[in-house]
Every structure is written in structure tokens, then in C-alpha cells.
Design a protein around this ligand. Sequence first.
Ligand code: PAF
Length: 283
Amino acid sequence: MLTPVVPSIAEVRQLVREARQAGRRVGFVPTMGALHAGHAALIRQARLETDFVVVSIFVNPTQFGPTEDFGKYPRTLEDDRQLCTAVGTDLIFAPDAATMYPPDASTFVEVPALQTGLCGDRRPGHFRGVATVVLKLFNIVAPDVAYFGQKDYQQARLLQQMAEDLNVPTQVVMCPTVRESDGLAMSSRNRYLSPVERGHAVCLIQSLEHAKLMLAAGERHVNLLVRGMVDILEQTPGARIDYVEIRDAKTLQPIGVVERPAVAALAVFLGTTRLIDNLILNP
Ligand code: PAF
């Protein structure tokens, strides 16, 4: 049987309430659909660790800038439903925009310390939209545990901080990035790449791995590590750097030397497609 798709907030609340009354722990994987193996891994982890798994599918308008890909973002509900069913989802919450944002809605959530820098500077308003929709989804689904991928590292850190700061009774778990066989991080946006761009997209993980190798060889100065990463990207035809940075892994503040766990993070355009990736650097 296919996983039920529920568009109404009241119905999701009712079904989750029933699951909880039956003693089941609720796991939650928020998504924008266009599901791939990365999402499947999050759902599988939720399946392993909790008893009632909810996936939300909602292309959230408030996290897209005016010139971004909201209109063309892939909407593949029937395929997504098949994937959710195959990996063991109990319920899909797929609201429409009017359900999530009634015309008189005017409250937004901000996490200033973590929403600036990295993607936050390049995508103004993006993390405000993410934090707002995720808190709304947490309030609707009331999960015990929610799962996010490390590929969106800044997002996952910011949501952990939001949950902590606002006393949200949901554990926010960051799960490892799932990669294609050549190392490209799974992303719904990979489908925008032409075959040539797809070939070149391996430069992201090569650049990150290079930083890891330099660190292992004893280099701890961030400017030199970043220089090494940039060199790899600059040798890749068609790659245009949006940013390459190494920051503290917890606070996401800039650092000069890698003395504690740090995150090497980058955003690179291939053609018009913007890809992001990151690796943790452990000195
Ligand atoms: O990572 C995503 O797909 C989205 O940013 C999220 C967390 C579902 C919020 O819309």
C-alpha cells in the first residue's frame, strides 16, 4: 500500500496523536520533495530509530530569493510517494502554500548568529524562511526526532540552535552526506546539470578532500587551506566560485587557524546551477 498523503494540518495532528497514544516515538524528515538517495537515507535512519515516520513535502516559498529557482524547483509528488513507501514512511504531509502561509501570517524566526556568513550572505532571507517553516512543521508534526542532511551544514546547525534556543522538544539530528560514486553530494538540484557540467561537478569534493589532505600533512592556516581549495576549483572548466570558506564547526564563525573541529564549506556555480558541499576538518 502506498504511504498516505495528507494535506491538512488537523489530520496530521490527529494521526500523530494516535501514534503517540499507542506509545510510538515520532521521527520526522522535512523535505521539499524531488527525493533522492540522500532523503532515503534520512528516512531509513528515522525508521531505525523511531516508530512512526512522517515526511513533509513542501516547496517553501519563503526560503527562495526573487531570482532563485522556486518556479522551476522539481515537483515530483508521485515519484516521491513511491520512494517514501519503499523505505518505510508512515505518513506524508504535503500542504499547499495557503495552508502553511495564510494571508495574514506575519511571524518569522531568525537565528542571527548562524544565518549570516556562508550561504546566508549569498541568499538573503533564505535561513529566515527555513527556520520559520521548520518551526511551523515542528509545531504541526510535534516529532521526537527530526533528521537533516550534513550537505546543508549551515541549515542543520542553525536548526539545532533554533530548537535549543526556543526549547523545542525535538532532537535535531544531522546525518552524513550521501554521495554519488564519484563523490558528488546528492542534491535535488543535480538534475539541472548538463552531462558536461555533471562531469565537472566532482571538483567540489576534490577541493574539499584537498583541504583534508593538506590538514593531514600539517597545514593549519585557513588562508593557505582555502588557497589550495580555490586552486582546484579554478582549474575546473566552467566552475565559478560563489564562496570557499573554513569556519568553526559549531559557531560557524570565521577562524584563522584550524585548532578545533572546523567546517570547510563551498558553493560553486556550474553553468546556472549552484551546488554546495562541505567536509568537517578535524585537526
Ligand atoms: O533542506 C530542505 O529541503 C529545506 O530547506 C527544508 C529543511 C525542508 C525546509 O524547507
